[in-house]
Design a protein. Sequence first.
Length: 349
Amino acid sequence: MIADQVLKTNKPFLDALNGLSHKRPPFWFMRQAGRYLPEYRELRAQKGGFLEMAFDPVAACEITMQPLRRFGMDAAILFSDILTVPMALGQNLEFAVGEGPKLGELNVGALNYAQFSQLDPVYETLGNVKIALTVEGFKNTALIGFAGAPWTVATYMVEGGSSKDFLKTKLMSYQEPEKFSALIDLLVEATATYLINQITAGAEAVQIFDSWAGALDAQSFKRWCIKPTRQIVEMVRAAHPHVPIIGFPKGAGYNYLSYAQETGVSALGLDQHVPGDWAACALQSLCPVQGNLDPAILMAGGDTMVLTVEQILNSLSDGPFVFNLGHGIHKDTPVENVEQLVKLIRGEF
């Protein structure tokens, strides 16, 4: 989008996604609300498990607001999880302490929308956050909704949890392509519906997390990553034509280019492996970009972080750009490192 065709808002994050450049870019961080914050740990100890917090609109709103109060990001992102969609479609979901998500046996034919109203508390959370942003004086802060991309969500559904090689999912896609395609098609429809409802509830932009896109070869990437994402984008745009959509195909490498050209997303989230100079030339000329500090560098802090942040800013700040990480903040990241990063982005360090 050409910047001089864009009407400027009072929200720098949205302006960047609409094609405007800033001398110092707007910023937010993936997993900016989480275990590295003492106030989050305190609330989790009170509430118990992750899902108990994510489906409590009061608690989820409080968690969403916590990092804003500390750091003043330019965007808040809904506190939830990408696996709420398979749960709402009927697959059992649990978060075991210290083990991550565990999903029950997958029966593709039994998945349906009978329990999709389980997601209603998520929409209530968004409404609560919209109010909190106004009441607490964050009038220039945008609100992001999100969902997992069909390929990434399908890996959890087929594997029953996290995986290192996604072998069961790949075998299903190769050996039972009709069955796997039916699963992806259902996730396309459910994800688009979920995002549309989030926008209706107050989200001003949405991000599609394809966290395991890097596990796919080029041909499979087009079939299971690009095509479903394009379908979701088209459905969301039909309902909310002016809301920016960020695509984050983590680990896509050179496939970022075809993703940008073929999905129709408004902006690209870059992981830490994407070279800034190449992104500025090949990707930022197509759409705004977001990223891409290595979370490990944030965790380490110090001179390495200072130098890396300046390199990212030098590479990408001449075009429409949102500063972020290449993935989520690690739970053991020192809070003072995040404080230092914010000062670096703002040019205060």
